[in-house]
Design a protein. Structure first.
Length: 248
C-alpha cells in the first residue's frame, strides 16, 4: 500500500511539473478522497499551477481533477464527467455492489468510474466521458438483470445515508475502537491493522496505539465506513460511550 501511495505522489509531482513547464492542461481520472487530499496539498505549494475537482454529483466523493496553469480559468465542467441513470428492464432491484461488480466485469479500471448512487430516485453512476460509447454499447446487464442506460443532464445530489450506533470502548486507541466497530477480538483488530485493512481519515494506519478523536473517519475493509460523531459520556468504570455514524 505504501508503494502505491508513493507511486501516486510521484505521478502527481510529474504532472504538476509538466503543467508548469508546458502550460498544458492535464485531466486525471477519478480519485478517492485520500488521493484528492494529496493532490490538493501538493498543488497548494505551487503558485503557477491550480486544480479543480468535479464528480458529476453535487457532493461527490470520487472526483476527476483538472490541473491547469494558474493564469488560466477552469471550472469543474472541464473534467469531462458523464452521469448515467440505470433503468432495469422488467422487474427487479439492483444495489451498489452489483453495479460496481458488473462495471468491473467489463475489464475497465476502477478509476474510470466515479460515485455510484442508489436511492429512492433511481440508480446513477458517474464515469469518464471518454468511455460513453463503450459503456452504452457494453454495459447492458447488472447481475442477471438487463438494463438500459441514459445519459442525464440534470444535477443529482449525493446524499450520504447513515445509521447511528453507540459503542463502548476502554480507550480511544485505534485498535480498541476497531475492535468495537467490527465486534471482534482485539487480536483480530490488530490483524486488520497489520494487513492494511483500516484507513483513519482516508489514510492507511497500521499503528494500534494511534489515538482516535471525535470527527475521525474510519474505513474498515468488509465492514464499511464510520465517523465518530460524539463522545456521549464516560461510564463510572472510566469507559467511553461513543456515538458513531455508519454509512449505509
Amino acid at each position: 500500500m505504501v508503494e502505491k501511495e508513493l507511486a501516486f505522489t510521484k505521478r502527481i509531482k510529474d504532472l504538476l511539473a509538466t503543467t508548469a513547464f508546458t502550460s498544458k492542461v492535464k485531466v486525471i481520472d477519478f480519485l478517492n478522497v485520500s488521493e484528492q487530499d494529496v493532490l490538493e496539498k501538493m498543488t497548494a505549494k505551487q503558485t503557477d499551477v491550480s486544480v479543480v475537482f468535479g464528480g458529476g454529483f453535487e457532493g461527490a466523493e470520487r472526483n476527476r481533477a483538472i490541473i491547469f496553469p494558474s493564469f488560466m480559468v477552469a471550472d469543474e465542467r472541464a473534467v469531462n464527467v458523464s452521469l448515467f441513470r440505470i433503468e432495469v428492464i422488467g422487474s427487479g432491484e439492483i444495489n451498489h455492489s452489483q453495479v460496481l461488480g458488473s462495471l468491473m466485469g467489463l475489464n475497465i479500471d476502477r478509476s474510470v468510474i466515479g460515485d455510484i448512487v442508489v436511492d429512492e430516485t433511481g440508480t446513477f453512476f458517474a464515469s469518464c466521458r471518454e468511455f460513453d460509447r463503450f459503456l452504452m454499447e457494453n454495459f447492458t446487464k447488472v447481475g442477471r438483470h438487463d438494463i438500459r442506460l441514459e445519459v442525464i443532464q440534470e444535477s443529482v445530489v449525493r446524499e450520504q445515508q447513515f445509521e447511528e450506533v453507540e459503542i463502548i470502548v476502554s480507550s480511544m486507541r485505534l485498535d480498541v475502537v476497531v475492535k468495537a466497530l467490527i465486534q471482534a477480538s482485539r487480536g483480530k483488530a490488530e490483524e486488520y491493522l497489520d494487513a492494511g485493512f483500516v484507513r483513519l481519515n482516508h489514510t492507511v494506519d497500521k499503528k494500534p496505539s494511534r489515538t482516535c478523536d471525535v470527527g475521525d473517519i474510519l474505513s474498515i475493509r468488509r465492514h464499511g465506513r464510520f465517523k465518530i460523531s460524539e463522545m456521549k459520556k464516560t461510564t463510572k468504570s472510566g469507559k467511553f460511550v461513543l456515538v458513531v455514524r455508519k454509512s449505509v
